[in-house]
Design a protein around this ligand. Structure first.
Ligand code: ADP
Length: 426
């Protein structure tokens, strides 16, 4: 069967989050990093998620990249396109959600799309067009202080209206609660009035199910990963998607286990402490990570001595806020981060070449650095370790068996994540 869903995600971990939900709902999913430049083997694939870096770049760049992704997805004959952004609607008055949605609609020749950012399982809900994070309105949730896209208005109809010249409407809960036929009729009525974008209320999983039933045939849907939980069942109902036993089935994992961590988030620090109570680790110090390579060589030697053991080892730069602050004062925040990312990326490259086959990386930026150092173009999405974080697999040139890779952004995962991840794999 052909590819059913083609998604365009505005950042890397958001792409994985959506892909993870699709797999859990029974779609065999491939995540590609940027628009693929080579022909991919898409047999046994139901959904492809293209991960872009288009959340915070200038709107025109986001539009261009998204249209390139759309062209590629259409060349794969996908039945539905999904523009994925953050469940907190991360954007500014300059974009990028409005401009990208407008460009995609135009290119698809469609007249209307919906915005479904909600992810009730993670406490993101929408009521009367207002986005809540837990029991707080978006603009009172901490997101109003975001360094790149401060969210100061929880009214998404108003927020999106500042990003697009077109009319923005609302599909409110009472209409949604009366079922897909009523919801569809309301959308059609808005469309006849020239309303191009419709913010959708969503309080719970039932609303997501009604929305999926209403929207499965639309050329373009937009939203967070929550909608990815309920669309696959509708594709099956339409006969577009076959039933598979285990959509997250990966090849057996092989090779040595390694954890690399550059995340200094609270959850990661607790995971490291827990891991070190059972296994060994090597701490990198950004200040000592100078050009002489001494510390990297020590870390390599540490890992090499242990690669033949079944126990995972950890190499980490992660440190408490006061230590990070000291390093930043000495080196500058950007330079300290870059040093760490470069070091971890190099360790990944060398140790994967020397036999690491199960690699767990902690940190969003850190994961990006490792993925590009390894030259990874696509990831087959496997089973979930913890909400939002699946195991993935990729083929690398010169390696017979696939590399198993888990990429964890800062605050994800339970306290025993680092050790349990490898238990899940075996
Ligand atoms: P998270 O997902 O937790 O935000 P990221 O990898 O995205 O993690 O970001 C963490 C940043 O902190 C990276 O740029 C990393 O290189 C940097 N970093 C890691 N350890 C240190 C340290 N000890 N001192 C200063 N910066 C660090």
């Amino acid at each position: 069967m052909a590819i059913v869903l083609g998604a365009i995600a505005d950042d890397f971990t958001g792409a994985t989050d959506l892909a993870n939900n699709l797999v859990r709902a029974g779609m065999r999913t491939l995540q590609v990093i940027g628009v693929p430049r080579k022909t991919l083997d898409l047999a046994d694939t139901d959904a492809v998620v293209v991960a872009l870096k288009s959340r915070s770049c200038p709107a025109q760049d986001a539009v261009n990249d998204s249209l390139a992704a759309l062209d590629w997805l259409r060349s794969q004959s996908v039945r539905q396109v999904f523009f994925k952004y953050c469940s907190t609607f991360d954007s500014t008055d300059n974009g990028n959600i409005g401009p990208v949605a407008d460009a995609l609609l135009e290119q698809l020749g469609a007249r209307q799309t919906v915005m479904v950012p909600a992810f009730p399982a993670n406490g993101r809900t929408v009521y009367q067009g207002h986005l809540f994070v837990g029991d707080r309105l978006l603009n009172d949730s901490g997101m109003e202080h975001h360094p790149l896209n401060p969210m100061t208005d929880a009214d998404l109809v108003r927020t999106l209206s500042r990003q697009t010249p077109h009319a923005v409407g609302l599909l409110a809960r009472p209409t949604l609660a009366s079922g897909p036929e009523h919801a569809r009729a309301h959308l059609d009525k808005l469309e006849s009035q020239g309303v191009r974008h419709v913010i959708c209320d969503t309080l719970d999983e039932t609303d997501l199910t009604v929305l999926a039933a209403t929207l499965a045939r639309s050329a373009l849907v937009t939203g967070g990963s929550g909608l990815g939980q309920t669309l696959p069942a509708q594709y099956r109902r339409l006969g577009w998607l076959e039933n598979v036993d285990n959509a997250g089935q990966l090849a057996p994992a092989s090779g040595a286990p390694l954890v690399l961590s550059g995340s200094c988030s609270r959850a990661t620090l607790a995971q490291i402490e827990h891991f070190l109570s059972r296994f060994e680790g090597f701490a990198l110090d950004p200040v000592a990570l100078n050009d002489s390579d001494d510390q990297i060589n020590e870390a390599l030697a540490f890992a090499r001595e242990r690669l033949n053991s079944a126990d995972p080892v950890l190499i980490y730069a992660s440190a408490s806020p006061d230590k990070v602050k000291r390093a930043q004062e000495q080196l500058g925040a950007a330079a300290a981060g870059e040093r760490v990312e470069r070091a971890l990326a190099r360790l990944a490259r060398e140790l994967v070449a020397e036999g690491v086959g199960k690699l767990l990386v902690a940190g969003g930026e850190t994961s990006g650095a490792v993925v590009s150092a390894l030259g990874i173009g696509e990831l087959r999405i496997g089973g979930q370790i913890d909400p939002g974080v699946p195991w993935t697999q990729t083929h690398l040139p010169g390696r017979k068996a696939p590399l198993s890779l888990a990429l964890k952004s800062g605050n994800f995962g339970g306290v025993d994540f680092f050790s349990r991840a490898f238990e899940v794999l075996s």
